[in-house]
Design a binder for this molecule. Structure first.
Ligand code: UDP
Length: 348
């Protein structure tokens, strides 16, 4: 297929790009480099089936030409990360809603299939058990900025379902649950890269609240496999799918595991939400997906354990920051012999 990935130089987009190229597909990426990074796809530069475009999904002329040239669109471009949303909620609303609306309107005109990235944030702060695609959404007041992202993704989903019903647009909604792995930046507040970096540097690991909030992390390779498989499954169009992991963990336990696996001497510090995010912040208490619908559609089973996710994230940061102090002890706790470089690094 000829696939366009919006947000293709971002964390999930770059992994999806690799997977599609490996599957023999032609891939075009468009990214405005707001949270995406050129280095995420630098190793793919020059690939004969890859085109890279720097631009904004709000640029109508650019998007028209890209949609005309491609068949399937994976729409991953969005303002993401709790911190980005808190810093500029208007930009989040503008990009996530107007950008997606325009893209789907153009897709109707150019006959594209569309896969829209949504998020477990749409479920809000529910405390119930497994979240299935038809579970209720429980959000705080509109004056609490944290919920802006959730609202934008819910509007995107409503738009998708309405374009499907009203205009016959073939569209799939993918609700990603806390996707993690190599290339995820800690810059926008995401918890696993933040904890790993803190642990590797020997800095305090910052658990917000009392750490009892629960998440079910999804490894990025599992997430992009699901996205690619959904795009090739006719029965998936017109449907919403949870894409998530099956190993719920409290954030306090996550901090302990990161500390243990890195062999770090970091302390674990509990920071009140109002100190971390400002007054009036509300967190999601429990967020664990029911993935039976995804399993029924594409046979999805997560292939990576939570420990695999942590180890692979550690390895990624070690490769990028070779002067991190406790490299030798990390290698040992990862259950492999330290390299010569790691031994040398330890003695510096
Ligand atoms: N979190 C934390 N310390 C950090 C960053 C995040 O304890 O340095 C918590 C955050 O409050 C939330 C969970 O970790 O309860 C997951 O946060 P993230 O921003 O990764 O994703 P979210 O689930 O909020 O979308």
């Amino acid at each position: 297929m000829k696939a366009l990935i919006t947000g293709g130089m971002g964390f999930i987009g770059s992994h999806l790009c690799e997977l599609l190229l490996a599957g023999g597909h032609e891939v075009a990426l468009v990214d405005n480099l707001s949270t995406g990074r050129a280095e995420n796809v630098a190793h793919l530069a020059g690939h004969k089936r890859l085109q890279i475009h720097i631009g904004n999904v709000r640029d109508k002329a650019l998007m028209e030409s890209l949609l005309e040239q491609n068949e399937v669109v994976f729409h991953l471009a969005a303002v993401v990360g709790v911190r980005s949303v808190l810093n500029d909620p208007l930009n989040c609303l503008d990009t996530n809603i107007r950008g997606t609306d325009m893209l789907m309107e153009l897709a109707c005109r150019y006959g594209n299939k569309v896969l829209i990235a949504s998020s477990s944030e749409v479920y809000g702060k529910g405390t119930e058990g497994l979240l299935s695609e038809n579970s209720n959404r429980i959000l705080g007041p509109t004056t609490v900025t944290r919920w802006v992202y959730s609202v934008t993704k819910a509007v995107d989903e409503c738009l998708a379902m309405s374009y499907a019903k009203g205009h016959g647009l073939p569209v799939v909604v993918m609700r990603f649950f806390n996707t993690v792995g190599p290339r995820q930046s800690s810059q926008y507040g995401m918890v696993l890269p933040t904890f790993v970096q803190q642990a590797l540097k020997g800095e305090p690991i910052t658990v917000y609240g009392d750490g009892s909030q629960i998440r079910s992390f999804t490894y990025v390779a599992d997430a992009v496999h699901a996205a690619a498989a959904l795009s090739q499954t006719e029965a998936a169009y017109g449907e919403v799918f949870n894409i998530g992991g099956t190993e719920p963990v409290s954030i306090a336990e996550l901090a302990q595991r990161v500390k243990r696996i890195t062999g770090s001497k970091s302390s674990i510090e509990f920071i009140p939400y109002e100190v971390a995010y400002g007054d009036g912040f509300e967190d999601s208490v429990v967020r664990v997906p029911d993935i039976s619908k995804l399993h029924a559609a594409i046979g999805y089973e997560p292939q990576y354990s939570l420990n695999d996710m942590i180890v692979n994230t550690i390895e990624y940061f070690l490769e990028r920051q070779p002067d991190i102090a406790p490299r030798r002890s990390v290698a040992i706790s990862l259950n492999r012999a330290p390299t010569m470089e790691e031994n040398a690094c330890q003695s510096r």
